[in-house]
Design a protein around this ligand. Structure first.
Ligand SMILES: [Zn+2]
Length: 271
């Protein structure tokens, strides 16, 4: 599943190239998770002002309205001068004076949704519940700590929920908690300011490193087919059950939390 770093690298892969383009056509394939919300032909003639990211949504701002794009479980976006004829899994093409943006999505949990503005109900419905952006300056430590203090669930579940901070998916949650020395099962409301400070820094660190790593493989990423977009960190704990901890040598543990696998070092993550 594309996580925040993959989505950010996707944004970087085409934002500059599509900015300033005028839309010349739009084509829909099979239905995606949500309907587009306008006639594809209504997009023709609009100018692309830029591409932002909010959580795992890409916001393609136009001189009138915006498109919200989500990659779902298996989606990928590819911007190129031209594309071959659409295949069975190519469900959206946005043709412009500067190239064609194509959504390839075999499982069709992705979406392209039109909204008149970022304040329109359609946009609010999708973006309104999202927590702070971990890579922005607005990722405030005190608000982060206050968000954790207000939740009784396990810290890993609170990270995954995305309403305190967005984009910390399963891999990055396990890795960040390891770096911060916090047991994934610890109650969020019992995390001290000192530990929240370490976790705040760890979340930024793992996500920023993944974006950097993805950026360095950008060319492969944008040209890839199938399982494109996966670039994993040199994991300290994720998917390393039974292997020695890279810090202390203790065998890495794996548990299930909310039907997702969680990995941790019982020695390095005591509390
Ligand atoms: Zn360890």
């Amino acid at each position: 599943m594309p996580e925040l770093p993959e989505v950010e690298v996707t944004r970087l892969s085409f934002a500059d190239r599509i900015t300033g383009a005028t839309v010349t056509g739009a084509r829909l394939g099979k239905p995606l998770r949500w309907a587009l919300g306008c006639e594809p032909s209504a997009l023709v003639g609009r100018r692309v002002l830029g591409v932002r990211r909010r959580g795992k949504y890409l916001l393609l701002d136009m001189d009138q309205g915006l498109l919200l794009l989500h990659l779902g479980m298996s989606g990928s976006l590819n911007f190129a001068a031209t594309h071959p004829d659409p295949g069975p899994h190519d469900h959206f093409d946005l043709t412009s004076t500067q190239g064609v943006l194509r959504l390839h999505d075999p499982r069709r949990f992705g979406a392209v949704v039109y909204a008149d503005s970022a304040d329109a109900p359609t946009a609010i419905k999708l973006l309104g519940g999202l927590g702070m952006e971990p890579l922005d300056d607005g990722f405030d430590l005190k608000l982060f700590h206050a968000g954790l203090r207000s939740r009784s669930a396990a810290i890993k579940q609170v990270l995954l929920a995305g309403d305190v901070v967005v984009g910390v998916g399963n891999i990055y949650a396990s890795e960040a908690l390891f770096l911060a020395g916090i047991r994934p099962t610890a109650r969020a409301r019992r995390i001290s300011l000192k530990r929240a400070t370490r976790l705040h820094a760890a979340v930024r660190d793992v996500l920023a490193r993944a974006v950097t790593k993805g950026g360095s493989t950008l060319r492969d990423f944008s040209n890839a087919e199938g399982q494109q977009g996966y670039f994993q960190l040199e994991a300290m704990v994720y998917d390393r059950q039974g292997q020695p901890c890279k810090v202390c040598g203790t065998s890495i543990s794996a548990i299930r939390q909310g039907q997702r696998s969680t990995y941790f070092c019982a020695n390095c993550q005591k509390g």
